[in-house]
Design a binder for this molecule. Structure first.
Ligand SMILES: Nc1nc2c(c(=O)[nH]1)N[C@H]1C(S)=C(S)[C@@H](COP(=O)(O)O)O[C@H]1N2
Ligand SMILES: [Mo]
Length: 184
């Protein structure tokens, strides 16, 4: 009886070990996503904005550079450095595709999301209310320079927001911003 138990225990242990080995061979998608955050991605070269009614505008770095800029000074907890980004307020860009701002942000617009995506498909979500300077204290900008220099490996554009403890929603190589209604 005791031997039978041992035999079964060994069989189960071997199966578990095998499953663990297979698991290590191919990381799960969740694990893979956790690991990719330092990897270089294709540099962004343009920025496409998609509005609520399907209106789409694509801007070149030159077009973005010509718009009014503001500077946001942040502490990057990843690099442990102060950084000063210059860029265009996201609300100003969204206004170009007809997204309401200021006092016009009300009702169902509080269930509206702004999704920012990089060339590597990394994407993050902001609530429209977080992006509106009349509501939120934080600044959300599409930066095109840092400390007076081009962004280099971070591409032509990088989403940067103040008030974040971790720079996880700062999308490097930003190339697409879509506004969607979460509750249609
Ligand atoms: N395009 C893109 N941007 C991204 C990421 C990513 O994987 N792809 N990772 C994010 C995360 S989780 C962090 S912590 C920071 C890290 O940025 P850094 O490597 O430039 O410090 O970038 C953010 N922006
Ligand atoms: Mo991160």
């Amino acid at each position: 009886m005791k031997n039978e138990f041992r035999r079964r225990f060994k069989a189960v242990a071997a199966a578990v070990a095998l499953l663990l080995l297979i698991g290590m061979g191919g990381p799960s998608p969740v694990f893979a996503q956790g690991m990719d955050h330092h990897q270089a991605s294709e540099p962004s070269t343009q920025l496409t904005l998609r509005g609520l009614d399907g209106k789409t505008v694509t801007l070149t770095p030159e077009e973005v550079a010509a718009l009014p800029h503001k500077t946001v000074s942040v502490f990057n907890s990843h690099t442990k450095a102060n950084e000063s980004y210059s860029g265009v307020a996201l609300a100003d860009l969204l206004a170009r595709i007809g997204v309401p701002r200021g006092e016009e942000v009300k009702g169902r617009l509080f269930m509206t999301a702004v999704i920012a995506e990089g060339t590597d498909k990394y994407s993050v979500l902001y609530a429209l209310a977080e992006v509106d300077p009349s509501i939120h204290t934080g600044d959300v900008i599409v930066a095109d320079s840092v400390d007076g220099q081009k962004l280099g490996k971070d591409g032509a554009f990088k989403m940067v927001s103040s008030e974040e403890r971790r720079p996880a929603r700062w999308v490097r190589n930003l190339n697409e911003i879509s506004v969607i209604e979460v509750k249609p």
